[in-house]
Design a protein around this ligand. Structure first.
Ligand code: NAD
Ligand code: UDP
Length: 317
């Protein structure tokens, strides 16, 4: 049986990925220190004998006896408020965590896939962003801890590929949303949904003219699966090119929840990218992939998840 190790597997994306890998017939080892993850995300998977969970910080070396065919490195704080609160852990998991997991891949002869990010493009000067764009990142700004950790991780992955012949993949993930996001992780999707469902004002940062392009989690996981199965070593963008302003996004959430108070503007965070849209021509050509779930359908599923969650456990302040 194929065995895949997923770091950060108890997080939002990692748990969906574990589920998909099990569905593809893999045995799955999930490694997570639960720093931003949630055991409830993987609880339903624990009934499957092919699934195992190791609570471990991947910045510390890990020794595993079993054969491993794939390593998918998803461990990292991912929301701006998480990585601003955990700057050193974020730098360490992108650097030491990537080095340690590449070491496991080399020892086991495993394929390696890095979860990188659109943040490697920083506040982009090229629009939409193709993989060939080198980015516009402030290394010493508050977001630098995340952006530079991921840029270092990409460089490390390419070095292991070139030096040791490791079979590697890099996925540059653009804003992805869906069930199992943490209600208070501060990212715009769970924040606006929670605020709207609780009848609070939606907190739009700045004038809300900055843009993002939101991808539903099932589409992302399909793109990652296809990338893993491909023979592409260079980075590939996976995201939904449907771009909108944050203000338009707030209006969509208000319409679909039928709730929420007025929009309340707050200061724009430092170095918040003004525009973001993936150029997905490479993913289309190499993987035959493009997103299938329109924003409305994805948001309806996500809102239903949060309604159910809040009915069971009201969000903590
Ligand atoms: P998340 O916070 O839900 O998941 C991250 C997981 O990594 C958590 O379970 C956390 O406990 C774990 N983790 C963090 N540091 C660790 C360490 N040192 N050792 C072991 N586990 C550790 O976030 P997510 O949105 O699921 O993001 C997953 C990955 O995808 C991250 O690498 C992130 O950078 C990348 N990504 C996500 C998005 C997105 O829109 N969701 C966009 C770009 C990139
Ligand atoms: N944002 C906002 N209100 C919030 C949270 C975020 O207006 O309560 C904005 C944020 O400034 C950014 C966009 O929404 O322009 C997306 O933010 P998020 O934290 O989801 O991800 P980012 O793309 O910045 O990593």
């Amino acid at each position: 049986m194929t065995t895949s190790l997923v770091t950060g597997g108890a997080g939002f994306l990692g748990s969906h990925l574990c589920e998909r890998l099990l569905a593809e017939g893999h045995a799955v080892i999930c490694v997570d220190n639960l720093i931003t993850g949630n055991p409830a995300n993987i609880e339903p998977l624990t009934a499957d004998q092919r699934f195992s969970f190791i609570e471990h910080d991947v910045t510390v070396p890990l020794h595993l006896d079993e054969a491993i065919d794939n390593i998918l490195h998803f461990a990292s704080p991912a929301s701006p408020i998480d990585y601003l609160e955990l700057p050193i852990q974020t730098l360490k998991v992108g650097s030491l965590g990537t080095h340690n997991t590449l070491g496991i891949a080399k020892a086991k002869g495993a394929r390696y896939l890095l979860a990188s990010t659109s943040e490697v493009y920083g506040d982009p000067l090229v629009h939409p962003q193709p993989e060939s764009y080198w980015g516009n990142v402030n290394p010493v700004g508050p977001r630098g801890v995340y952006d530079e950790a991921k840029r270092f991780a990409e460089a490390m992955v390419m070095a292991y590929h070139r030096t040791h012949g490791l079979d590697t993949r890099i996925v540059r993930i653009f804003n992805t949303y869906g069930p199992r996001m943490r209600p208070r992780d501060g990212r715009v999707v769970p924040t606006f949904i929670q605020q709207a469902l609780d009848g609070e004002a939606l907190t739009v940062y700045g004038d809300g003219s900055q843009t993002r392009s939101f991808c539903y989690v099932d589409d992302l996981v399909e793109g990652i699966w296809r990338l893993l199965m491909s023979d592409t070593n260079d980075p590939v963008n996976v995201g939904n090119p449907h771009e909108m302003t944050v203000l338009q996004f707030a209006e969509a959430v208000l319409e679909l929840t039928g709730g929420g108070g007025p929009i309340h503007h707050k200061p724009l965070p430092v170095d918040d990218p003004k525009i973001r849209q993936p150029d997905i021509n490479l993913a289309r050509a190499l993987l035959g992939w493009e997103p299938q779930v329109p924003l409305r359908a994805g948001l309806e599923r996500t809102i239903a998840y949060f309604r159910e969650l809040f009915a069971a456990v009201p969000p903590a302040e």
